[in-house]
Design a protein around this ligand. Structure first.
Ligand code: 5RP
Length: 231
């Protein structure tokens, strides 16, 4: 699929999600190019219908900047009790709605916002769909203090680690000053087993396996269908 077509599909999924957002609700807003379309669509609703939200929390400075430039007030997650809904993108979505996220490097805040939301909706174009989690290296955020040991251990475990690099070829640094190791094991053999291993590895801050979390995926298909796939 070429980028223009993919962007069109991302926009369609994003526009559909923006229609679902309820007045006076507390909203989590994710990160990425699909979410950027969602923020634009939300701003149009604000203009057209005077949509008002109780709280907005977001998962990156990029999304925060865009929201603020469109007149939304953005709160910190720690200032808000509960979010009614979080809308985010995803890098891969399996048949059972498990996902891989973190392609944009915002996985830690994305997971924290997600687990504090009553409902999670992902917005994707059809190219993100897979039967089992595969086709995208799994992002793992690690503390600099023990990252070399983590990397070696992942190699020994056959997880095919690669350092994520920035546009200058240096190690990519996250919002929290950590590094990202992308695990190129593909397909992910046992997502729950791997998630459990990573959850118990000292030095791992967070990983991009989002399992049993998503309630609904809005999928824009190239034949024009907008599918709302629910858990
Ligand atoms: C960022 C993410 C994004 O949601 C994911 O990478 C999808 O991005 P895009 O909408 O640009 O395809 O997880 O960390």
């Amino acid at each position: 699929m070429d980028k223009t077509k993919q962007d069109q599909l991302k926009k369609e999924a994003a526009t559909k999600a923006a229609e679902i957002v309820e007045n006076s609700s507390s909203l989590g807003v994710g990160t990425g190019s699909t979410v950027a379309f969602f923020i634009d669509a939300l701003a149009k609703r604000k203009e057209r219908e005077n949509l008002k939200l109780k709280h907005i929390v977001t998962t990156s400075n990029r999304s925060k900047k865009q929201l603020e430039s469109l007149g939304f007030k953005v709160d910190e997650l720690s200032q808000v009790d509960d979010l009614d809904l979080t809308v985010d993108g995803a890098d891969r979505v399996a048949d059972n709605l498990d996902g891989i996220k973190g392609g944009g490097g915002a996985l830690t805040l994305e997971k924290n916002v997600a687990i504090n939301s009553k409902k999670i909706i992902w917005i994707v174009d059809e190219s993100k769909l897979v039967h089992r989690l595969s086709g995208f290296a799994l992002p793992v955020e690690v503390l600099p203090i023990s990252c070399e040991q983590n990397f070696k251990r992942f190699e020994q475990e056959g997880l095919k680690p690669r350092w994520r690099l920035d546009e200058n070829g240096k190690r990519y640094v996250t919002h929290y000053g950590n590094y990202i190791i992308d695990l190129a094991c593909d397909p992910i053999p046992a997502p729950h087993g791997l998630a459990d291993y990573l959850d118990h590895t000292v030095g791992v801050v967070e990983h991009g396996l989002f399992l049993d979390m998503c309630d609904e995926v809005i999928i824009a298909h190239s034949d024009g269908r907008i599918e709302e796939k629910k858990k």
